[in-house]
Structures are given as C-alpha cells and as structure tokens.
Design a protein around this ligand. Sequence first.
Ligand SMILES: [Zn+2]
Length: 217
Amino acid sequence: MCLDPGHGGADPGAVLKSRYEKDDVLRLACALKPLLEAQGLGVVLTRDSDAALPIAERCRIANEAGCAYFLSLHRDAADPSARGVGLWVHSGADWPTVQKAQDILTELLAVTPVRDRGVRKGTPQNCRDFGVNTGTVMASALLELGFLTNEEDNALFDRYLPQYAEAAARGLCRTVGIAYRAPAAGDAPRDPAWETVRAALDELAAALENARRRLGV
Ligand SMILES: [Zn+2]
C-alpha cells in the first residue's frame, strides 16, 4: 500500500491564507498510516516530511516497492463556493480500479454529508490524467478530500480528520481484499505468530490481485 501526500517543499499545493494543502495531506497520511499498519498492511509513504518530490519519483517509490494499491492524497481548489469529495483515476482505468476508488469514496462520504463529486476518469483534455495515476503500475487513485478553498470543507477536515482517516483505511482495506477490523479499546496485544501469518496472507491476496489484473479477469 502506498500513500502519497501531494505537493511538499516549495510546492504548497492549494493555499488559503496560512493554510497549505501540502500540510493537510501530510496530516492525513500520518493519521492513516498507523491505522493501516494496525490491520497488518505494509505502508509506504512517498514523503513523511515537508519535502519536494517530483511526480516520477513518487511513482518510482510505489512501483519499486511493489505496492498493491496507490493513493495520492490531495485537497481541491476552485472558487470559494466549490465543495465536496471526489477521486480521480487515470483515463485508461479498468472497472476494478474505478470500483476500488468508489469503495474509498463511499466510506469517506459516510463520515459526514458533503457533496459527492464522484469517481472520475482523467482525460488529456481535462488535464486530470494525473501523472501519479498514469505512472504507477498498480491500481491507483488521486483523492481530493474537500476543497481547501472552502472554509466549511476546511472545518469538516479539521473536525473529522480521525474519522476521515479511519474511513479511508476501511476503503483501502477493501482495495486489497481484507476486512477492516476496528481496534477495540483494551485490545489484547496480538500474537506475533499471527502477525506473521496475517502479513503472509496479505501478500498472497496482493499477488492474487496482481495476477488477476494481468490476466484481465
Ligand atoms: Zn493537490
């Protein structure tokens, strides 16, 4: 699993006063990573600090790590009235890739009512055929979690960040075929042997998914 917090360094992404997209998406990535790891999933972050990172490097990291799924984390920008949550997949995305993005979106929309902007395919014409989607070899999507240019979306982001992270974790678990297990208070530490079995099962599920995709079935 690869999480890609967008922008970084000299590239702030969307800006509203002193609020930068690059910071919001890093917060989201840092909240999301431990939730996925608690499910036994290996997580690769393309960046874990305020560092500039070319698109090609983000793709290389995910491709070389052999990640089963790639999610680029962003917040949208437009005129101040624009709101909502949506995901972009690449122009040639197959149905399973669209469905995986839809699974993530469905979970996020369950957190709080916000405009559903859908799962959309980029095209060269709409400039939304994002390099992180076209340059990665696994199923991928680019998430726009609300508009940073809208104060109400920002208030939702700040208030519900833990819930958004958990919702994204649920959706991401579905992308690799595992059931999300909510951490229970006072959960007993899990047997290390089980962790080993769980990791092996996850790897097997990812390998099966890769094989299935290559065969186009
Ligand atoms: Zn962005």
